[in-house]
Write a protein that binds this ligand. Sequence first.
Ligand SMILES: [Zn+2]
Length: 131
Amino acid sequence: MSEVERFTLRYCSGIVDDELPAGIEGYYEPADETIHLSNRLNDIQRECVLAHEASHAYHGDKLPSKAQEARADEEAARLLINVDRFAALERVNDNAWWLAQELGVMPWVVSAFRKYLNEVGLLHMEQDWAE
Ligand SMILES: [Zn+2]
C-alpha cells in the first residue's frame, strides 16, 4: 500500500478500483464515503487521482464546485510534491512536463503546485533569494 493510499484511508471507508466510463478517472461517493478509481489508470495516474479524491473525502464534498475542484487539485499537489525537491528540480529545468516526469506526477499536479506556490508567494523562490 502506498503512503497516499494509507493517508487517504483515514478519510474514506474504502478505495475501489472500478470499470468507469471513458473520461472518468475517479470520484468520491459521499453516500458510503468510498473512492472509486478507474482500473485503466497507470500507477502514477492512480496516485494523483487518489490524492485529488482524498481531498473531496476529507472535506465531504458532494457535487464539487469549481472552487472545490481547485482545492482538491491544490491539496493533491501539496500531498504529492515535496517543496524542497520541487525547488531543486526547478533550478535545473522549469519545464512543467519535465518536472512532472521527474516528480512522478501528472502535469496538472505541477500546475496546481505552482498555483499554490504563487498564492503563498513562493513562486521562483530561488530567483527571489538570489536577488
Ligand atoms: Zn474532483
